[in-house]
Design a protein around this ligand. Sequence first.
Ligand SMILES: O=C(O)C(=O)C[C@@H](O)[C@H](O)[C@H](O)COP(=O)(O)O
Length: 343
Amino acid sequence: MKQTIEVQRPGKSPSRVVIGDVINSLENYLPEGKRVVVIADEHVFHAYRPIIGAYDYCLIGLGETNKTLTTAQKLYGELLALGADRSTFILGFGGGIVTDIAGFVASTYMRGLPFGFVASTLLAQVDASVGGKNGVNFEGYKNMVGTFNQPDFVLCDLSLLQTLPEREFRAGLAEIVKAGLIADPGLFELFERHTLQEFRTDRALLLDAVTRAVHVKADIVARDEQEHGDRRKLNLGHTFAHAVEKSSREFLHGEAVAIGLVMIAALSEQNGMLSPADAARIRTVVEKMGLPLASGIELPRLLQALKLDKKKESKSVNFVLMNGVGDCLIRPFSFDEIDKIVL
Ligand SMILES: O=C(O)C(=O)C[C@@H](O)[C@H](O)[C@H](O)COP(=O)(O)O
């Protein structure tokens, strides 16, 4: 069973996101007659050695600290040593860190090679691998150097999630909750009706949630691939999340997003937009999915980091606020207003 969602790309055929039983037909998605080089991390390589080992491959270290220009430079060197050229196809196989960096390296090596992804974590399947934001962190700031360039395909096989540690699974759920809050109230309500355990074990429920989250993202990216307007909404919760990640290495990206959603819900409530009842629903869902509600980092430190977010424009930062579940809007906050935030 599988579903294909097409994400439109200006001037190119659509990027295809295939969700379901798909890993065994990987070969069918790779371009015929082209050399394939896989980029993966050490952990994924050991877990999927029989698949990855059939191709040339380059490995990176584990974790966000490896999503750097230094790692990209190492990969350029390895591609060069393998004799990779513009006829080579790059396959990023892994979670969001791998797909972000593989997409970036594929987009910049020799000014761009074709590429696709096998997304092996929930967070990569519902968010990171979809939509063409590729990049690396710089000086601790998230995704400061990168490209917009969508993969030819993203394969999201839910069976790959069976071995995903529960903490990472929960982190992936945070991005699905976010998608519901942006544009699909019914998706958000799934989290009110079901337990974490049900998401973990009920394949049909998970398939529904993943597919709906990808639809939310695909619709927005099709309208605004390069983030001039509506795409900013996909950053709901991320302005605070990136500040949390800049200030502490304690949290996974999805955990930081959960904290960011709770903080932005509080700010939206303070601004008279989100009702106290809806803000409470959001906190309840975050807690119910076993995600953190707060970082414990002092607010002034977060606000300082946030003012350097790449979403800043001169002396203001675009925040995504919520009017209600499934309804959000973009509003710039001046640095003066940011300094006055009390949550
Ligand atoms: O695809 C987007 O657009 C998003 O903002 C999705 C985010 O969930 C994702 O974490 C993205 O990588 C963050 O992008 P950034 O431009 O804020 O670094």
